[in-house]
Design a binder for this molecule. Structure first.
Ligand code: ATP
Length: 353
């Protein structure tokens, strides 16, 4: 039986330089055992470098890395209790899928017969029980990726590392395989660190998301925290589209704050809001438009596009152009329509900048 040995991961004050270039600045984070944590961020922000330091493929310039409480900072990759699944799968093309899965066990000294028995178990775990004889070329991309996951899992690592594991799959398969990876992680309860630059993928699979920017952590939280309470315009825009709207915070009462834009007042969660000028991050589907003139927060439609199940609008206002998604297709409004702008739902947050 393949066991899961969920270990914790701690980064303490990690810095990584390549020559004069600092790729990671003072990164500290803790990953709880049995959770799936995603490193998400734009290209070049340091996700892969962070993962490679955890794997032992790079060593930090300073700081400490602990896996399952043990300091592994300077241990080589093969002495760490982690396995990595690469975006390229890295399967041996001339070996059957069973031999590919058994390879890691055999090279760590397990007898051929026992390694193959365990490899069978690994293939069964990922739903490929009957496919042990096939070469990688005889499997679909999704099946090859599952072989790579099985190969990593049967080593029973404390932490499974996944580096953009879906990037070679087409869009539909990507959705299915990400569900399978998440389901397997929850069923077996292992700790996983997952790198992606795709926010949908991160929202779908993660217990927690760490958004990285310029070699540091921009914000960390549950998928819901990051989506509904982004701390900055960067996060709001990175986690799906958002309008950034200047406003004034005119009242803060416990968990609620009242913001004002023009003559419009609206209550939003206060978080750490202070009285005075601020910015709002507003999702396109949290803006309401009603045909009206002389509104508290007036706008004029400058562009509208019918997209089947919703209408997209661009609306010119005194605080700039708003992008709006409106499900009310039956009353699509034409450019030049004067509208009253309002807010609804949970997609509105006060941000700092
Ligand atoms: P992507 O999504 O494009 O893979 P990433 O977030 O994974 O990006 P990293 O690969 O971690 O980013 O790179 C972080 C920064 O460090 C980049 O500016 C990159 O150019 C630089 N870098 C990474 N590896 C090296 C290296 N071996 N030598 C010099 N610079 C490097």
């Amino acid at each position: 039986m393949i066991k899961s040995r969920a270990g914790s991961v701690v980064f303490q004050g990690i810095k990584k330089q390549f020559g004069a270039f600092t790729a990671i600045h003072d990164l500290s984070l803790t990953i709880e055992p049995g959770t799936l944590v995603t490193l998400l961020g734009p290209s070049g922000c340091g996700k892969t470098t962070t993962l490679r330091m955890l794997a032992g493929l790079e060593h930090p310039t300073s700081g400490k890395i602990l896996i399952g409480g043990a300091d592994v900072t300077m241990l080589p990759a093969n002495e760490r209790d982690v396995s990595m699944v690469f975006q390229s799968y890295a399967l041996f093309p001339h070996m059957s899928s069973l031999d590919n899965v058994a390879y890691g066990l055999e090279s760590s000294g397990m007898k051929h017969k026992e390694a193959r028995e365990r490899a069978q178990e690994g293939l069964k775990l990922v739903g490929l029980a009957g496919m042990g004889d096939r070469l990688p070329a005889e499997l679909s991309g999704g099946q090859q990726q599952r072989v790579a996951v099985a190969r990593a899992l049967i080593l029973e690592p404390q932490v499974l590392l996944l580096d953009e594991p879906l990037s070679n799959l087409d869009a539909r398969l990507r959705r299915r395989v990400r569900t399978e990876i998440r389901e397997l992680q929850q069923r077996l309860g292992f700790t996983a660190v997952y790198v992606t630059h795709d926010q949908d993928e991160a929202l779908a699979v993660s217990d927690r998301i760490i958004i990285m920017k310029d070699g540091g952590i921009a914000q960390e939280g549950s998928p819901r925290d990051l989506y509904e309470a982004p701390a900055s315009a960067f996060i709001a825009d990175f986690m799906g589209e958002a309008n950034v709207v200047p406003c004034d915070v005119v009242r803060v009462e416990g968990a609620d704050a009242t913001i004002r834009i023009g003559l419009l007042e609206h209550r939003v969660p206060s978080r750490n809001a202070r009285l005075g000028p601020a910015n709002l991050a507003v999702r396109p589907n949290s803006i309401t438009l009603e045909p009206a003139s002389g509104a508290a927060f007036p706008g004029q439609i400058t562009h509208s596009a019918y997209l089947g199940d919703h209408v997209e609008y661009e609306v010119e206002t005194s605080t700039g152009t708003l992008f709006v998604v409106d499900p009310a297709v039956e009353r699509a409004m034409a450019p030049k329509t004067e509208v009253s702008v309002g807010f609804k739902g949970r997609g509105i947050a006060i941000i700092n900048g």
